[in-house]
Design a protein around this ligand. Sequence first.
Ligand SMILES: NC(=O)c1ccc[n+]([C@@H]2O[C@H](COP(=O)([O-])OP(=O)(O)OC[C@H]3O[C@@H](n4cnc5c(N)ncnc54)[C@H](O)[C@@H]3O)[C@@H](O)[C@H]2O)c1
Length: 260
Amino acid sequence: MRLKGKRIFITGAGGGIGRATAEKCAAEGARVICADLNENAAAASVEAIRSAGGEAIAITGDLTNETACATMFSQGAAAFGGLDVLFNNAGICLNDDAGPVETPLASWDATIAANLTSVFLCCKFALPHLLQSGNGVIINNASIVALVGSAFPQIAYTAAKGGVLAMTRELAIMYARRKLRAVAICPGPTATPLVKAFLADENAWKLRRRYLPMGRLGEPSEIANLVSFLASDEASFITGSAYTIDGGLTAAYVIDDSST
Ligand SMILES: NC(=O)c1ccc[n+]([C@@H]2O[C@H](COP(=O)([O-])OP(=O)(O)OC[C@H]3O[C@@H](n4cnc5c(N)ncnc54)[C@H](O)[C@@H]3O)[C@@H](O)[C@H]2O)c1
């Protein structure tokens, strides 16, 4: 059990990657705080963990709201007497987020708030607890769009994820001597309910599949495996870096898709 005794706060823990990670971390011995805007989704993650014999609590609220966020972290830290790991995972992806000409300012603002400002706020309120733990870790869920561009843009989402990556490096350097690590993960397309629904359209799937060297999406459990490693003491010399987990997508130049 690589996370025995760790207290992990997971944002967006009711969603695809969040739930898989919450379950994996609990199975590795962590006590998990499942935070989400969606009360039922957070409760379902807690239920899944408890029925497998793990320990978790649900906390509901909007992480883009400073007051709500502060309350969520004081509740979360009080539940298990502190915090050791923060997984900043909550995020949104809006349908009308496209190029700069088409994207409404309201969508830009909402996307930056949910994907970037929330990470800033969560760090603000988690850091005192993480520093007190003496072995704190922040793992930020960015995306491959923080590393490479797309001709089918989501400009606000991309800008937010780039910001998350830059913030991760700064956090790592600021706190390295205070025994706190900060790491980013950059997943490629992952089979969460939202993505599966979007790719249920034959054309949308065909267009994207040819860029996937493995010819498939990632599974939330595969992302969860990486997060549970980065959260553990096995990753004690890892800070300031970004972990691409994309089935080879960002390594590709030309893909042989003739066999499919
Ligand atoms: N699925 C992918 O292909 C993929 C790829 C790369 C990166 N990511 C990133 O992984 C993270 C999780 O993605 P997912 O696919 O599991 O999404 P998801 O929609 O299944 O889960 C996201 C969760 O975040 C919660 N949330 C959103 N805004 C919130 C807020 N303001 N306060 C509290 N909770 C909030 C939602 O309620 C939801 O449960 C996101 O940051 C996403 O950008 C996903």
